[in-house]
Write a new protein. Structure first.
Length: 233
């Protein structure tokens, strides 16, 4: 029996035909529907037309690069995005996440690992909530509608940022280690993800601070991790 998760549609944006076909083959074998695009200039129209459930987005593309596309997609959609890159420099990985990507994977990679990352994101996004609505101080989170309101203003979050906020709001004032946040939000452990969590937290803080500039909602506990403050400093 095919579970609902495997009916999801994945858009593979990759200009190397061999890699694109390999990814599509493995994703189809896992039960996903796929489509592909090799030209960066055609991606936005395809995303708006097909409304994929997740995008595998290569950084190096003809026409328009993956970084610019990620930034543009985030202006109108919170669809999960996994960046694919041949660049191993950390700055490229973190820049992609700062633009709103949920994950990254470096070439060369195992197609099975890509499928595992895709499934992990869908498990996180589709996980049954313990409570549909939470209110802590000036922040309210609705897990059913995926909306966050801060001081009566809507906050636009990526799926990873939303997942982090939800986990910490469930237990305000508790300190979460980076490895715990990785496992609970991303759904798997992976070497190097400490910095990924740091980037997501930085982006989350920045968005909250635009509305509550004088309050420290999320604190860093040095050497341990992060804490959501029920009574901000």
């Amino acid at each position: 029996m095919v579970i609902p998760m495997t009916r999801k549609h994945i858009l593979v944006v990759e200009d190397e035909d061999k890699i694109a076909r390999l990814l599509c083959d493995y994703l189809k074998e896992a039960g996903f529907r796929t489509s592909s695009q090799a030209n960066g200039r055609r991606v936005i129209a395809q995303v708006k037309r097909e409304l994929p459930d997740l995008i595998l987005l290569d950084i190096m593309l003809p026409g328009k690069d993956g970084m610019a596309l990620c930034r543009e997609i985030r202006q109108f959609s919170d669809v999960p995005i996994i960046m694919i890159t041949a660049r191993v420099e950390e700055i490229d990985r973190l820049l992609g996440l700062e633009l709103g990507a949920d994950d990254y994977i470096c070439k060369p990679f195992s197609p099975r690992e890509v499928v595992a990352r895709v499934k992990a994101i869908f498990r996180r996004v589709g996980a049954a909530p313990r409570a549909k609505q939470m209110v802590v101080g000036a922040i309210s989170l609705d897990d059913e509608t995926h909306r966050v309101i801060v001081d009566k203003k809507a906050l636009n979050l990526t799926p990873s940022e939303f997942g982090l906020l939800k986990i910490m709001m469930r237990q305000p004032n508790r300190v979460f280690s980076r490895s715990e946040l990785i496992n609970r939000v991303q759904g798997y452990d992976f070497e190097g993800y400490d910095r990924t969590i740091d980037t997501h937290i930085k982006n989350l803080r920045k968005k909250i601070a635009q509305i509550l500039p004088d309050q420290e909602i999320i604190s860093t506990v040095y050497g341990v991790g992060y804490r959501f403050n029920e009574t901000p400093d």
